[in-house]
Design a protein around this ligand. Structure first.
Ligand SMILES: Cc1cc2nc3c(=O)[nH]c(=O)nc-3n(C[C@H](O)[C@H](O)[C@H](O)COP(=O)(O)OP(=O)(O)OC[C@H]3O[C@@H](n4cnc5c(N)ncnc54)[C@H](O)[C@@H]3O)c2cc1C
Ligand code: SF4
Ligand code: SF4
Length: 1023
């Protein structure tokens, strides 16, 4: 679709935008002034910015001193120097997806993801790339894909997390057996040292290291300290570190010593860039890195082994490793049961035979399909049949399934990832928390270790699931703990203590994946012994003499050192039991009386507290796809991600913010910008439903302050349209008069760029009433009552006509629901919940007799369909009548697809290919695939776009102050449409069609049912 030139913009910069992503008192104004004088990037020390950077994906919450978004290495150096001059710490940050709390501290946070996210160069010949540290791994890999290369470490959240974070945490993922950790791929780094010096760290000989060592400046003292580690502590380190594929506790000293010994290349060389891997921002700040790359594997093959017992599965890991797999992942019975009980996953869980209590998923990389099959065959012959013994180990597996094509492999991976979202959706005070969630032990020790771990949990009267990277011995284990009670916090510390003992006993590490942070630093001394802990301190003080870089994490000092004045108080080793997000002092009071049904969420507060901070809502459209979260994707602001909103709402309700959730400022900066697309309801692993929260809080705000005229107008759009249709020529003329758009913007706040809809004198209802019924109930295979919304009735009657035509062609008798063109959706999205409820009540009352008589309800507009199917239950409660309407309601194509009604129709589609943009509410309810199936069966060549929300979001895009945000979201969709090979785009949502029609050079796209009607008409016109 050529000719359209989408462009990304900064929505808040538009003069009409009433938000700037900042608010509240500015902390340390003098420091802000000094920083602004030296830094080109944004400097934000206001309360909203500070609170939105107070959390990461961990259980901790620490408001920073302020936040800076640097644009260059010079900015970073200026921040470090300026902060050092006033004794304020600095903390580098990527996506903030860390699970141990290493991305929160009382420091000036440097967020690299906004401006320092360029991939500088890719050199396929040397298989290296140079990138700024704010680049996400997803974006980096997208740039490498053309060369069939990749940055090999694959942390699960790579599309949301940054290269700097991967280096900071020494990240890796499910394929670490094959690739190892990030340290293996960091060739060199540009760094800013703790005094602001900019330098490059890379490989050098130990001789050179010693030559550079000295006492003249910070850099030479660093070289001296590293040389000292090698010369004085090499043996100690080699003895203290566990022999593991994955260990990210403490500093990366074992790698340093092994490099010098020649384990990774020439003996006598070391790489200081690799020493920074896993240092969690405590040694130096990386600004750019050169990384080495791996070829993308030709193909993969998988086997899924099932077991009747978890310990049997654990015992099978070591023998499976003999087959040299790329990944071995475990899933226990807790996860399997959760998957079996959840609609989304029951189909994948159904592949498991009865009696399965654990599975091992084994993946191989192969040159071609034949090799993949051979590898799987050999594994199954050994570990399932016992016919080709590779080791002396007995056969333990019950069954073995194979996956060679991509769809089936994805199914296996979906099963592996199925339980976590459910585990994290717990709305009770007790939650499955991350504090010992990534311990690692040698795989051969897994059976005994897991058995002992289970005992520890039983002793503490709790439980957890055991899953993830069994191959390298790294298990994800999140015990159920309530940190809102003193006993809960004590339980957490006690479990961590016992587990550290176990880890030491079994030759493991406290962290095999997520790092030390606030949760694990305090266990490093126990893990490595006092001597190595002291080496950590020496290294830290050489790099950062004043403890200014993320202090207290990875290593710290004790009270005695602080009292003796040898270290500042901030250097104290962080205490894992303090600065918790939910602690015994935590108290939440929504300060409003909720009117929606929140029983399933443990009250509204349960939903507010559900976000665990994983940062999943920060994924870009290009690499993450799906819907969540369009406003973040458009604005690139933490506060516009679901996480930002959820954090701010919780903080406003628990008194951490100066504003109440119903205050003007809070509305403008936080909630008004949520477009209510429900993307988070589906895509967030915890199921945070921000659209519902927004509706509730906005309702309470209206109760306090009253609703605006514009809100009331938009909420009653059906009445306005009905009046307008009666005098359509005049109403349309008024709307098209020169200057009418400016008047509307000035008086009501409707963006002047938007055209008022053109109303039809003959409405769809008029047409329906006047037509001769073509299919009676007796002749029909099914009967429906059709709900046509205000847009279909007054603005797009052709869509309604096409719907009737297609339904009747499918043998369905159609009755129009008379007198109802409003489902309550417009009032609901404006937070006018009493009005929405009254409308819902009346629609349910009108539909009830039809439903009782066995008719199905079919709804033209997707957002109305979802209103009846799901939001009515929140508005009216889970009563029988509402549930009956909800269960029997369908979207148009959903209906055709669900009952296979389109299959007998003779279609002859015009020769044009279609891009399909689904409505976000349909996506949220997993119903957007139906239209694609039906259109495909009708013979269209379809390109289903992995698109998010269009940005119009009902009335949002009409609002002058939100126009630029709406456009920025729309630009993402326009780009996808532009890139699609299809000739025309179709979209079932009226708002989406308006937004797509409003794009430069664009025209209003048809509803899919109009495309179906065309295919019908062509077929009928043929002799
Ligand atoms: C659902 C989920 C799944 C995960 N799966 C994995 C996984 O499979 N494997 C894995 O390893 N981890 C995993 N993690 C943890 C985390 O996502 C990764 O470690 C990730 O690589 C961190 O990247 P980030 O950009 O979010 O870093 P951040 O959290 O922002 O930072 C991480 C650390 O790096 C430091 N840092 C950031 N930038 C710099 C810089 N420029 N210079 C110096 N230090 C810096 C920070 O100070 C911090 O200490 C997961 C987390 C979640 C929530
Ligand atoms: S809203 Fe959901 S996806 Fe976003 S951070 Fe919170 S839990 Fe993760
Ligand atoms: S409803 Fe949409 S815009 Fe609002 S937080 Fe969720 S994903 Fe973001």
């Amino acid at each position: 679709m050529a000719g359209l030139e989408p462009s990304r913009s900064v929505p808040a910069a538009e003069p009409r935008a009433d938000y700037e992503h900042t608010s509240g008192e500015v902390n340390r104004p003098a420091l802000v002034e000094s920083l602004r004088a030296r830094v080109d990037g944004d400097v934000r020390f206001d309360e909203y910015s500070r609170q939105s950077y107070a959390t990461d994906a961990s259980i901790y919450e620490v408001p920073p001193v302020g936040v800076v978004f640097p644009t260059s290495t010079a900015d970073v150096a200026a921040v470090v120097e300026t902060c050092a001059s006033v004794d304020v710490p600095v903390l580098p940050r990527g996506g903030g997806t860390s699970l141990a709390g290493q991305t929160v501290n009382e420091a000036v946070v440097l967020d690299f993801t906004r401006y320092m996210d360029d991939v500088r160069t890719v050199d396929p010949d040397t298989r290296t790339a140079r990138a700024q540290v704010g680049t996400t791994l997803g974006d980096l890999n997208a740039d490498l894909a053309d060369h069939d290369l990749k940055f090999a470490p694959d942390p699960a959240w790579g599309d949301k997390s940054a290269l700097g974070g991967a280096i900071g945490n020494n990240s890796t993922g499910a394929h670490s057996l094959q690739y190892g950790k990030t340290d293996h791929y960091v060739e060199s780094c540009e760094v800013v040292l703790s005094d602001g010096t900019v330098t490059e760290f890379g490989e050098l000989s130990v001789t050179e290291l010693r030559e550079r060592a000295g006492d003249e400046d910070l850099e030479s003292r660093i070289y001296a300290a590293v040389a000292d580690v090698l010369d004085e502590h090499g043996d100690e380190i080699a003895a203290a570190y566990p022999d593991l594929k994955r260990n990210v506790s403490g500093y990366n000293l074992d790698r340093l010593v092994a490099e010098a010994d020649g384990e990774f290349g020439e003996p006598g060389t070391v790489n200081l860039a690799r020493l920074l891997a896993g240092s969690e921002g405590t040694l130096a700040i990386v600004t750019e890195a050169t990384v080495s790359l791996e070829p993308v594997p030709e193909t993969k093959a998988m086997a899924l082994l099932t077991y009747g017992d978890l310990i049997d599965a654990m015992a099978d890991v070591a023998p499976i490793l003999e087959h040299d797999p790329a990944a071995v992942e475990i899933l226990d019975d807790v996860m399997i049961d959760l998957a079996r009980d959840t609609a989304e996953f029951e189909d994948v869980a159904a592949i498991l035979p009865d009696g399965t209590r654990a599975t091992l998923l084994v993946e191989f990389y192969a040159e071609d399909d034949a090799e993949g099959r051979e590898l799987v065959d050999r594994l199954l012959a050994d570990r399932l049949d016992g016919t080709a013994s590779v080791t002396d180990e007995p056969v333990r597996a019950a069954e073995g399934l194979e996956a060679h094509d991509e769809a089936k492999r994805e199914k296996f991976w979906k099963l592996r990832k199925s339980g976590l979202p459910i585990l994290l959706s717990r709305t009770s005070d007790a939650k499955h928390v991350a504090f010992i969630e990534d311990t690692g032990v040698p795989p051969e020790n897994l059976p005994e270790y897991v058995a002992d771990f289970q005992e520890v949990l039983e002793d503490h009267d709790t439980f957890a699931s055991f899953y993830a990277h069994a191959g390298p011995g790294v298990l994800h284990i999140r015990p159920l703990v309530n940190t809102k009670t003193v006993e809960g916090v004590e339980t957490m510390v006690s479990i961590a203590d016992d587990v550290t003992d176990l880890v030491v006993e079994y030759g493991g590490s406290v962290s095999g994946e997520h790092g030390d942070g606030r949760a694990r630093t305090c266990w490093n001394e126990k893990l490595y012994g006092t001597d190595v802990w002291e080496v950590f301190r020496e290294l830290k003080t050489a790099f950062d003499p004043d403890w200014l870089l993320n202090p207290g994490q990875v290593v710290g000092v004790d009270d005695a050192a602080v009292e003796a004045g040898t270290a500042p108080p901030r250097a104290r080793t962080v205490d894992m039991a303090t600065q918790l997000r939910f602690d015994p002092e935590y108290d939440i009071d929504a300060g409003l009386a909720p009117t929606l049904e929140w029983d399933n969420e443990n009250g509204m507060e349960g939903m507010v507290e559900l976000c665990h901070g994983c940062g999943g809502c920060r994924g870009p459209q290009e690499t993450t796809g799906s819907v969540m979260c369009p406003t973040y994707r458009a604005a690139d602001e933490e506060l516009t991600a679901t996480r930002g909103r959820a954090n701010m709402l919780r903080q406003a309700m628990s008194g951490d913010l100066p504003d109440d959730p119903t205050d003007d400022q809070f509305a403008e900066e936080v909630l008004d910008l949520c477009i209510g697309c429900k993307g988070c309801k589906r895509d967030c692993p915890s199921g945070v439903d921000m659209a519902k929260l927004k509706a509730e809080v906005t309702h309470a705000r209206h109760q306090e302050h009253g609703a605006s005229l514009r809100d009331k107008l938009f909420a009653n759009v059906d009445t306005l349209f009905a009046l307008g249709s009666r005098v359509a020529p005049v109403a349309n003329l008024l709307g098209s008069l020169p200057g009418s758009d400016t008047v509307l913007e000035k008086t009501v706040g409707i963006a002047r760029e938007r055209d008022t809809p053109t109303l039809h004198s003959e409405t769809f209802a008029d047409w329906f009433a006047a037509r001769e019924r073509s299919l009676s109930t007796d002749e029909a295979t099914r009967s429906v009552v059709l709900f046509a919304d205000a847009y279909t009735n007054h603005v797009h009657p052709d869509v309604g006509k096409a719907a009737v035509e297609v339904l009747e062609a499918a043998g369905v008798s159609v009755t129009l629901l008379d007198g109802h063109t409003d489902s309550g959706r417009p009032a609901y999205s404006k937070g006018l919940l009493d009005d929405a409820r009254a409308t819902a009540e009346s629609v349910v009352g009108a539909l009830e007799p039809y439903v009782d008589a066995g008719r199905d309800v079919v709804v033209v507009e997707p957002s109305d369909a979802v209103m009846l199917q799901s939001d009515y239950l929140d508005l009216l409660g889970q009563n029988e009548r509402t549930a009956a309407v909800a269960t029997n309601t369908y979207g148009l194509c959903e209906y055709l697809d669900a009952f296979d009604l389109d299959r007998e129709i003779a279609w002859a589609p015009p020769a044009r290919s279609l891009a399909y943009h689904g409505h976000c509410h349909q996506k949220a309810t997993k119903k957007d695939h139906h239209a694609v199936g039906v259109l495909r069966r009708a013979g269209y060549d379809i390109d289903p776009l992995d698109s998010g929300c269009c940005g119009m979001a009902g009335s949002f895009g009409y609002e002058a102050e939100h126009y630029s945000m709406s456009q920025a979201i729309g630009d993402i969709l326009f780009e996808q449409v532009e890139e699609s090979p299809a000739e025309q785009v179709v979209a079932p949502g009226a708002s989406c069609r308006t937004q797509l029609g409003d794009r430069e050079g664009g025209e209003d796209p048809p509803h899919p049912v109009e495309a179906l009607a065309d295919a019908l008409a062509t077929a009928r016109s043929r002799p």
